[in-house]
Design a binder for this molecule. Structure first.
Ligand SMILES: Nc1ncnc2c1ncn2[C@@H]1O[C@H](COP(=O)(O)OP(=O)(O)OP(=O)(O)O)[C@@H](O)[C@H]1O
Length: 467
């Protein structure tokens, strides 16, 4: 049976080469023979071999094997993953052992037994093919890594004070391997910051893998993250590596970490503590080396409650914490971000739009953007698609008037815990008083009026809550 595979046989004895070719071409799709080892570099450059069969001695009377060692070294220099099988004279076991120390994979003795030679080379070709495949995957991965980190889609924009602080933190902790927890409302750019941390880290040329824990079903959690063996559960028809292993050497971004149920938090904690994963259906732990960046839109106060989130896990995840401010707290960034997406979408939809009018920019700056930068980006995309002007104008934007009318509520809702609704009356009262004070810039008369209280009552409540 012929299997795919390209074999190179190098020997100075032409009879050996002819015999090898006659035998091997019945078993492999291509066999190249060569009687002059000086042609090896050129052959390696011009062909993709899966295995090389290499003689040890190339001069009459020579039996030390030193020529074979030198050509073996040369081959591995040019092609480090090459599988080399040495041909040794009968009794030359010591020489063969030495060659294997230098990187040869196996050896055959002359005169060979046909079946043994074919078996040895079949194993060598299979090993060579999987090494070539792995190399191709590594190269492709490297290209993808470069491609995704350089694309315009992933630029973190903003020059406002709050963003400067974010950049500073990113720059400081990116080159360390510290785990980072990124906090912020939906759409504030948490994933972009995670990518930036990876881009500026020592792992930049390795993979950045993102996992949305919020979207992962509980039943799939373990197999997705830790992988599984064939037959580990009904439906596991193939062995599959998990995200931890796939991200090995690189960065694993665990998005929506706050949505992880408590019992799965325990499993994650074990992996982070032990730095190993055990695929489902296996009992062999695999070492992993990944940097963990996690993110959540859940408020820190909620995360800090033991019944919601394991504090030992939180402690592992937030060696450094980066909080992204909502867009309404950095409205100076809106023109820059808006113009960036205008030009991106104008190009994408091939529309001759050059800019955005200043009145439209003011409108965007006045909008509270509960969906933050993601919502701004979508609004721009929609406007670019629908407009018939060369500059976007206010009426190109279909902003939600209700959100605009309740602008202050957006702030209030988003700055308190967005997911957990506070039910403790005392706390609700404190939050409401605090919000009213902030909204009215600590003008007691206005805040009291908004709350339906007299000034004296408001003062009493402020005192009660230590405000
Ligand atoms: N500072 C920024 N500059 C440019 N684009 C941004 C910025 N922040 C966010 N974006 C864009 O907004 C969108 C949402 O960003 P990202 O996914 O990073 O937010 P997120 O906080 O992780 O959101 P979620 O909490 O919903 O997962 C993306 O399209 C991203 O390109």
């Amino acid at each position: 049976m012929t299997s795919t595979g390209h074999v190179l046989v190098v020997d100075d004895d032409y009879d050996i080469l002819t015999a090898a070719k006659l035998l091997l071409k019945q078993h492999f799709s291509q066999v190249t023979i060569c009687n002059n080892p000086h042609s090896i570099p050129d052959l390696l450059l011009k062909n993709q071999f899966d295995a090389v069969m290499l003689d040890m001695n190339f001069s009459p009377g020579e039996s030390s094997g030193s020529q074979g060692y030198n050509w073996l070294k040369k081959i591995l220099e040019i092609s480090p993953q090459m599988v080399v099988v040495m041909i040794t004279a009968h009794g030359g076991i010591d020489v063969a052992v030495e060659a294997m120390k230098l990187g040869a994979t196996d050896f055959v003795t002359k005169p060979w037994q046909n079946e043994k030679l074919v078996a040895t080379l079949t194993t060598a070709v299979m090993l060579g093919q999987s090494r070539n495949e792995a190399q191709t995957l590594r190269d492709t991965n490297l290209l993808l890594v470069k491609d995704t980190s350089q694309t315009n889609q992933h630029v973190l924009l903003g020059t406002s004070g709050p963003m400067q602080q974010v950049y500073e933190l990113v720059e400081k902790c990116a080159p360390t391997d510290a785990n980072v927890l990124i906090l912020g409302e939906n759409g504030t750019g948490k994933e972009l910051v995670a990518r930036e941390l990876h881009k500026q880290s020592l792992r930049a040329d390795k993979v950045f893998m993102s996992v949305d824990l919020g979207a992962m079903s509980e039943t799939l959690f373990e197999s997705e993250l830790f992988g599984h063996k064939k037959g580990a559960f009904t439906g596991a028809q193939q062995e599959r590596i998990g995200r931890f292993q796939a991200a090995n050497g690189g960065t694993l971004f665990l998005d929506e970490i706050g949505n992880l149920p408590l019992h799965l938090q325990t499993k994650l904690l074990t992996v982070l503590e032990q730095r190993t994963v055990t695929p489902l259906g296996s009992n062999k732990p695999i070492d992993i080396d990944v940097r963990i960046i996690s993110a959540t839109n859940i408020h820190k106060t909620t995360l800090s409650q033991e019944q919601e989130f394991r504090q030992d896990l939180l402690f592992r995840l937030n060696t450094v914490e980066i909080t992204l401010p909502p867009l309404r707290h950095r409205i100076d960034d809106i023109p820059l971000i808006a113009r960036h997406y205008v030009s991106l979408y104008a190009k994408k939809y091939k529309k001759p739009i050059t800019d955005i009018e200043s009145s439209a920019l003011s409108l965007l700056q006045d909008y509270p953007w509960p969906g933050n930068v993601r919502a701004l980006r979508h609004a721009i995309e929609r406007a670019v698609v629908l407009t018939s002007h060369n500059q976007l104008i206010s009426t190109d934007f279909q902003l939600d008037n209700q959100v605009l009318a309740n602008k202050d509520t957006v702030n209030q809702v988003q700055t308190t815990a967005p997911v957990e609704i506070e039910l403790n009356l005392d706390k609700v009262e404190k939050n409401t008083v605090e919000t009213a004070l902030k909204q009215h810039k600590y003008n007691i008369s206005h805040a009291a009026k908004a709350l339906g209280l007299t000034r004296a009552t408001l003062y009493r409540r402020m005192e009660k809550h230590g405000l």
